[in-house]
Design a protein around this ligand. Sequence first.
Ligand code: AMP
Ligand code: MG
Length: 408
Amino acid sequence: MKQLADARAEILAAVPRLGSGVADVDGSIGRITAEAAVAREFNPPFDNSAMDGYAVVASDCVDAPLTLSVNEDTAAGSVPTMGVVSGTATRIMTGAPMPTGADAVVPVEDTESGRTDEVRILKAIDAGGNIRPRGGDISPGDVLVAAGVRLTARHVGSLASAGVNPVVSDLPTVAIMSTGDEIVGYSTRELKPGTIRDSNRLLLSAALEELGVPVVDLGIVGDDPDVLRDAYRQAADQADVVLSTGGVSMGDYDFVKQILGELGTVDFWKVAMQPGKPFAFGAIDDVPLFGLPGNPVSTFVSFEQFVRPAILHMMGASRILRHQIVGIMGEDVATNDAKTVFLRVLLTEDSDGTYVALQSGGQGSNMQSSLASADALAVVPVGTGSLSAGDDVTLEMIQWPEGRTSDE
Ligand code: AMP
Ligand code: MG
């Protein structure tokens, strides 16, 4: 059996790195930067006021309260026409450029103004007070987003503020298909005896959608050599990555293995993990192929452990694995000590904020209800065998749960 880490390393070494291009920052959410995004401008672009108030010469205000004459009003978006000299002030709004000569802004709440041409300054202010200096946030040459980062809404905002369109990695097109004579469309009205609904393809296409990559859906392919051959050929022609589910385990009475052996260089692995032991990896015409086991939870875990990291790696992401945290097991469990076992768990927080894991339901690799409701996968390493309530356990955060109610 192949250890999980070795299998993943082999896959990452084999998959190609995709090209890149400039993307409009609008719509770049989820894309991965292929190069560092670098600022070309100062931000703020000019010294401006951080408050609504009065731009003053700070040294004038040492003996506040005192009265200054107001020379003009400057709103955000306008440009001051007059400088501030000793004894004068400009009424200024947040974001408006500082008039020359002024070196501080007295907030409106520290003033009194009965007349438009005068203001009473109630409090002294230090030079530089309430000014946002040019370049205080960003200067030309600053790295806005490093290379290999998956862009979030916050990055998009930062890039937009600097007027920078990021260079991002191309997206791989991923072809997916479900194989097996027993598999029928998920919307089938009434299941004939011996048939089951196709869930793998839906799960995969949704998981790929979460990754933001385009999918070519080749549907359900029966255990027929000619149809399978055709489907895999089409997949490799149309996509940068091919995923199929089913037909890769030992006892399989089907043609997936035969056809993959014929069409490409594909290895059939037994990975020391559970679920997800049988797994095929290789290439058809240089297009990476992942043959995922048919059991839905095995499909998911194999996708998480191998396919998702591989796709992120192809796009040059520097972080390709889910976050792992340490929590404690809330119950005794016995696992197969020859494998890395992924347990579907629900998390609660104890009084000191430690995550406590309880199995979310049955752990059979066909049992999707416990997968759907899980907050995390508890990772039980090879050689562990059993965990007792209270033992530390690694939790792989397949999805961080929203942890607080809105009114906390
Ligand atoms: P296999 O890997 O082809 O031996 O399939 C293992 C188990 O997974 C069998 O019980 C299959 O019926 C089931 N299975 C295979 N493909 C799918 C699918 N697309 N959706 C749901 N279950 C599946
Ligand atoms: Mg099968």
